[in-house]
Design a protein around this ligand. Sequence first.
Ligand code: CA
Length: 353
Amino acid sequence: MRLHHVLLSFLVFCVIGANASDTKTYRLKLATSWANTVPILGEAPLELKEMVETMSNGRLQIRIDDPTKHKAGLAVMDLAKTGQYDIGYTASYYYKGKDFKLIFFTTVPFGLLPSEQHAWFEYGGGKELAKKVYEEHGLLHFQGGNTGMQMGGWFKKEITSLEDLKGLKVRIPGMGGEVMSKLGVLAVTVPLGELYMSLERGNIDAVEWISPVFDMNMGFQKIAKFYYTGWQEPASETQFLFNKKSFDKLPKDLQLILETAMSKVANRVLEKAVYQNALAWDKIKTEHPDIKVASFPKEVLVELAKANDAILDEQATKDPVFKEILDSQRAFINKARAWTKMGDYAYINNTEK
Ligand code: CA
């Protein structure tokens, strides 16, 4: 990893040297899905801008528009695809309605952990498969940082059986929501501004959001006492989606500066997620010692996993590329998980005091 970075810096240095005479200023527009008030993800494009502008000595300038400006937080991929913006900072799985395959590059329920997913992406065929999928949309795809394991949600009542889920109103979007619906949950969407009140008033029984640092800001810890562990989004990766024509127009040195900076920003997102979640959870449990961290009973998790497999398998029959990616991730998870378990997992179990 280190060597990789040293090499990239060296390459950037060489190419900059070769293009010292090119003084033209290039301007790019970036649309992000997250306002700068969102922890971690709000900061990432700003860090990219600062890094790129410094590394290029001002030759590459980035203008950032957040959803308060472009009003299309969940359509950022289209903004980059149509060329209205050069770069979109977003999460692939927001667009599963357009192309179901896009979920694999963010996260899949019961799927890979961040370390496993990064390994698959870099060396296990992930990058090539992503290229195949994004090319169809006229986009280049770069990792934008992983926010790590998500919690299963804040529940007002304990879930002790499959029966407890029947008719339960849960705010859970995306694939997680689809899977829970198969077990009789009413998966609902609630506007962001009404989430807290809906949970407080009992209009919904539970809310799946993200992880401690993001959840704490929403205040759910004040009104729901069961904090369920995750299964639905084990490794949410964000993306920098680049309009291919915009990227191709840039000189090679600026392309390399961008690639290097995006990769650095992506690393920082994961580091920050680990750091800030650790601090946020410590604060939540200190201030609310009555909160119980719980996991769904085994019978519930088994049924959730079955429902998840059924949705993925059905989709695979409709789309051969979907099947190719699903098979690739499934083949890798078996090998990767064996190592994760005998490595990290055994270490934690055996050394816990
Ligand atoms: Ca979530």
